[in-house]
Design a protein around this ligand. Structure first.
Ligand code: BES
Ligand code: ZN
Ligand code: ZN
Length: 499
């Protein structure tokens, strides 16, 4: 895939399809009028006959002949002009790209809509065009043997008004971001026998070498020796050794703040001895979505170099039942010395995150820690595929995250950070326990409170992406597989962080 920017008129584009975006009850823009005058003088009449008014999700596509070649003219509706958001543009663009991919169109010219209609700079629309076009094309096709079933690539040219230099830079930045998102999606979509802890740790090492990031990988024997009983305990039932990966990006700027991202990396979650039911277990290859988001975010951050230091920590393990597995009733001791009763081996995410959080809080004392995890099934039930849940102990962290959420379209909803919930995870025989009590049913919140025990008073937020990480084809730029939830959010956070 190739994408570039031009100030030139779309009427001289040589692409196989010309794309325009319009809001409801639109008037023809100059670019659309010129295109109509040159290639389809009765366009206005045609749209009236088709009753096309620019409604959200609507699309017309008409064959035209331009410069003697057959092409497609596509007009996509963004919905009502009042309250147009960049997300309406993302979704309309996603719909168009999917349609063109199906039609096996190989080259596309996109006319950027007026940035003023969205209250943003044209650079942002250009960047998001590259991000979404690239993300919409993604399909995990490694194991499809027939060429025809493999993903169809498209080259894009983005037509706009502003200076070619800054808009070309915006497009290329968007491409870097989207490639990182798609890389995370590839890891998540890979079969779990291929993507084991060693594989993902090796991917992180390769990224570190490529972009001169510092990278530390702890092996299972080292993890046991350091006293990380949560991570080691979850991994005990698996034939694959666990890993703890730490990536570090350092800005050249003096006295910059440091933020830490911590991602759950369960490469397959069978539930362990508290084994999951068969239905849906195949999706538990997505249980390393948090770790993938962290590693890919560091990859992108190393390339776009924001003025903030970023630490990425990913505990990676496989949760399997066996004669060596941790039992329900066992007690584990974490890196910070605290103990937990393992009442259910399927609540394993919090056990591996506890060690990773303790490690980063102790050794880096960052200005903020943000963890991300496919932590609770309940979160997916409650929010569906549209919102990531957040639990935070700090307004600054929360506000930074909500601002990044608004800019990227990765929707996030805060949960109550209320001490009352702490009772849910007390235990008579250990400091805490890893499941919530039966009579306090708010599992997504209590899982977050479990994690707070390990951040040592560092400003913190927890993101539960159980619903948003996988299988969200109802959002036009995604498909049945992984979404890369959190990657765009983290990259945006690093660029806009305010202490
Ligand atoms: N990885 C799962 C959470 C999950 C479930 C993510 C479905 C996406 C879709 C997690 O490890 C888990 O199994 N959590 C348990 C916790 C319970 C035993 C306290 C859950 O949510 O049922
Ligand atoms: Zn589990
Ligand atoms: Zn899990």
């Amino acid at each position: 895939m190739h994408i570039s920017y031009t100030e030139k008129s779309i009427t001289i584009a040589s692409a196989q399809a010309l794309i325009f975006f319009v809001h409801e009850n639109f008037e023809f823009s100059q670019a659309l009028q010129r295109t109509a005058d040159s290639f389809f003088p009765s366009l206005q009449q045609f749209l009236t006959n088709e009753s096309f008014t620019g409604k959200k999700g609507s699309l017309v596509s008409v064959p035209i002949v331009a410069q003697g070649v057959n092409r497609l003219l596509v007009i996509a509706g963004l919905g009502k002009k009042d309250g147009l958001t960049v997300e309406s543009y993302r979704r309309a663009l996603g719909t168009v790209v999917k349609m063109l991919q199906k039609k096996k169109v190989a080259s596309v010219a996109i006319q950027l809509p007026a940035a003023t209609d969205f209250n943003v700079h044209e650079e942002l629309l250009a960047q998001e065009t590259a991000v979404i076009a690239t993300m919409a094309l993604y399909h995990y096709d490694e194991y499809l043997s027939k060429d025809a079933q493999r993903k169809q690539d498209i080259d894009f040219i983005v037509h706009g008004h502003g200076s070619a230099e800054s808009l070309e830079a915006a497009v290329q930045k968007g491409l870097i971001i989207a490639r990182g998102v798609n890389q995370a999606r590839t890891w998540i979509d890979m079969p779990p026998a291929a993507l084991n802890p060693a594989y993902l740790a090796n991917e992180a090492e390769k990224i570190a070498k490529k972009h001169a990031l510092k990278c530390t990988v702890f092996s299972e024997p080292e993890i046991i020796k350091m006293g990380m009983g949560g991570l080691a305990g979850v991994s005990a039932g698996s034939d694959n050794d666990c890993k703890l990966v730490i990536l570090e990006y350092k800005t050249a700027k003096k006295d910059a703040p440091t933020i830490a991202f911590v991602g759950k990396g369960i490469t397959f979650d069978s539930g362990g001895l508290s084994i999951k039911p068969a239905a849906g277990m195949e999706n538990m290859k997505d249980d390393m979505s948090g770790a993938s988001a962290v590693i890919s975010a560091l990859d992108i951050i190393a390339q776009i170099k924001p003025d903030v230091n970023v630490i990425g920590v990913t505990p990676i393990a496989e949760n399997m039942p066996s004669g060596k597995a941790t039992r329900p009733g066992d007690i584990v001791r974490f890196y910070n010395g605290k103990t937990a009763e393992v009442r259910n081996t399927d609540a394993e995410g919090r056990l591996i995150l506890a060690d990773a959080l303790s490690y980063v809080a102790k050794h880096y004392k960052p200005n903020a820690i943000i963890d991300i995890a496919t932590l609770t099934g309940m979160c997916a039930y409650f929010f569906g595929p549209f919102y990531t849940a957040m639990l935070s102990n700090n307004k600054t962290v929360e506000n930074n995250i909500l601002a990044a959420s608004a800019r990227t379209g990765e929707k996030i909803w805060p949960l109550p950070h209320d001490e009352d919930y702490k009772q849910a995870i007390t235990s008579h025989i250990a400091d805490i326990q890893n499941t919530g009590k039966e009579n306090i049913k708010s599992g997504t919140i209590t899982a977050g409170f479990f994690l707070e025990n390990f951040v040592d008073n560092v400003p913190w937020a927890h993101l539960d992406i159980a619903g948003t990480s996988f299988d969200t084809p109802m959002i036009p730029y995604f498909n049945e597989g992984a979404t890369g939830a959190g990657v765009r959010l983290f990259v945006d956070l690093a660029q806009h962080w305010k202490n």
